[in-house]
Design a protein. Structure first.
Length: 166
């Protein structure tokens, strides 16, 4: 009987921890204060640089840079970055060089999250296997008990006097 109570409480706690939607709320993944500063930074970089917002902001920045330089060149003849946009090319080269390393760091963090999810799934599978073993043993005991009670019932029915026809 105690195994059933333990099984029910384990199942309730397992169901209670399941959060639909995001891996950030998954019980097997560390979040918030459990993460190091570097892991939090990698998550923010991955979410920022891997978004459409980053692409659109970059395009707007490039368009503004070029427009301001062309307008300044046409109106005053002086600009901070003339037509081939050497400074802009330097900035973009530096961003590209750093972005490769940043994206590798973010990918490493994603692998870590996947590993934590896999470990949680493995632990849940092991727990399910143990619960299934308990259920199998209890079902076997119930089947034996049912067979014994059926035999006792058959014996009692056999002892009953048969009603006589009038």
């Amino acid at each position: 009987m105690t195994a059933q109570v333990q099984l029910k409480s384990t199942m309730k706690s397992a169901v209670k921890h399941i959060a639909p939607g995001s891996w950030r709320r998954h019980p097997g993944v560390r979040t918030g204060d459990q993460l190091t500063r570097g892991e939090r930074a990698a998550d923010k970089m991955r979410n920022g640089m891997g978004s459409w917002m980053f692409v659109f902001v970059s395009l707007v920045f490039l368009a503004v840079w070029m427009t301001v330089n062309v307008v300044l060149d046409k109106s005053t003849g002086h600009t901070f970055d003339a037509y081939p946009f050497i400074l802009l090319n330097l900035v973009l080269s530096c961003v590209a060089a750093l972005q490769g390393a940043i994206l590798l760091i973010a990918a490493k963090r994603s692998d870590q999250v996947s590993s934590e999810l896999a470990q949680h799934d493995y632990d849940a599978d092991c727990q399910s296997r143990e619960m299934l073993q308990v259920l199998t043993e209890e079902f076997s005991a119930l089947r034996t008990q049912h067979a014994e009670q059926s035999a006792q019932l058959a014996e009692l029915i056999a002892r009953l006097p048969l009603p006589q026809a009038e």
